[in-house]
Ligand binder design. Sequence first.
Ligand code: PLP
Length: 439
Amino acid sequence: MPGHLSMEEVFARACELIPGGVSSPVRAFGSVGGTPVFLASAKGPHVVDITGREYVDLVCSWGPALLGHAHPEVVQAVQDAATRGLSFGAPTTAEVELAAAVKARIPFVEKVRFVSTGTEATMTAIRLARGATGRPRIVKFAGCYHGHSDSLLAAAGSGVATAGLPGSSGVTDGAASDTIVLPYNDPDALRAAFAADGERIACVITEACPANMGLVPPASGFNETIREVTREHGALMIFDEVLTGFRVGPAGYWGHDNSPDAPRYVPDIVTFGKVLGGGMPLAALAARAEIMDLLAPLGPVYQAGTLSGNPLATAAGIATLRLADASVYARVDEASEVLQTAIGEALTGASVPHVVQRAGNLFSVFFGEDAAARGVRNYAEAQAQDVFRFAPFFHAMLDAGVTLPPSVFEAWFLSSAHDDAALSRILDALPAAARAAAS
Ligand code: PLP
């Protein structure tokens, strides 16, 4: 395209060719209004748009960029891999190395299957749970997002929440009818669902710590309750760590919430994505061998992928996990604390009722008196917040050169490349954004 086009002109052209002008609906500015920012490059904590304007980025590719954008060692690893061939459709030692790196971080993992997207990982985990139990039904929680496979789109978070949709057109009643949707953080509803239909429920899938309706941590004991109830009824517990895995800590939210030597709960199947691929398309499901060996070619549960575990993505994943040492997590944790405090102070200073909810280095802001008074424990409460305050807040931050996820229902992402200079730019932007949210 000609280089002199404005953002609006590029977006108009994109809309002629691509539905909504975007390849994933969460990138649209549907809930905040205006023209999505088309990016040309990214480095460290920054992204640069097609006009050459630089922003401090709090999207971080929706999670993967734990080390910041285009970390030189990750880029080098991908370049080296590319010179050896882009994709073989045959096993590689890199897959073995990456599987070992995952297993080394998550003690209950015995085997790993690589796929290309988080959607595939959770979809396959569900199929595996059904194959393992011989049961049809699944339980998911309202506001949790597990990708866009048919059976998981009911009352989903992320872009489905942003658009205010109950689910998706094109999903048949047959596909949806085996999905039981329950309110999050409600042990009684979970027990009641199992009391009513426990013998037909294959699994409960839950975000390890929900971050797709905003950040809604599990109430104390909720993940343990899921574990107990599923075990009592012979169902499996699927822990979706696509977003939290290797981001909240080296062993994901599970490691953040459990001592590896004496865990309070251990799920049956865990899913990863995002940071695992370090910015390349890579995701995985993992479990103990007895479950994983039900997958083809050993077992009867079929799953496959032309580009699964491809050499470029595995190279990025290996380099990312190798570099994600204690100092990386310490920096992201520290930056996240500075930011959470500053957001709270700015909003309080502008008399905007709010709560900042967090799980380690992940957090999001909810607006409104009820949210401020009680916190947000489930999707209904997340939807009841003062959603209208987010658009002016978002645009004030954007005007000041800070990119946030364009939805109030998303967590904000930091990286270890967010240095003091980047943080200062965010802190400087917050007071005006808070005042915009107040009006
Ligand atoms: N699971 C969770 C918790 C997610 O946050 C996401 C994506 O945001 C997915 C699954 C789907 O991953 P993907 O977008 O790679 O298909």
